[in-house]
Write a protein that binds this ligand. Structure first.
Ligand code: FES
Length: 115
């Protein structure tokens, strides 16, 4: 089976992390602006995710799209992406969503756009 076109990231320097002004309950998501970039922040039952906010197929905004398990569904044409690595699980999208490191520290969310 060929490898999926996933992005992998290294651990960013401490100085690269930025605190997010967002609080999410499990199952919620929101688009936040970080350094001029729209980042989709999502929380599932067990962790947080940070990804680019538009589908890689035709740039449909993902802010209001459903999350099913560890996948987000773009309902415009049906593409699904794995939140963990941004990889398309089903088409028509072929390119992965960019993912960003995100951490919860003392109740505050931090994201790094550097890598
Ligand atoms: S814009 Fe998302 S699947 Fe087409």
């Amino acid at each position: 089976m060929p490898a999926r076109p996933c992005e992998r990231h290294s651990v960013p320097d401490v100085a690269d992390w930025q605190r997010l002004e967002v609080a999410l309950a499990p199952g919620e998501k929101r688009v936040v602006l970080v350094d001029g970039r729209e980042i989709l922040v999502a929380r599932t039952s067990d962790r947080y995710f940070a990804l680019t906010s538009r589908c890689t197929h035709a740039a449909w905004p993902l802010a209001d799209e459903p999350i099913e398990g560890s996948q987000i569904v773009c309902t415009l044409h049906g593409a699904r992406f794995d939140l963990r690595d941004g990889c398309p699980v089903s088409g028509p999208a072929r390119k992965p969503l960019k993912t960003y490191p995100i951490e919860l520290r003392d109740g505050e969310l931090y994201v790094s756009l550097e890598r």
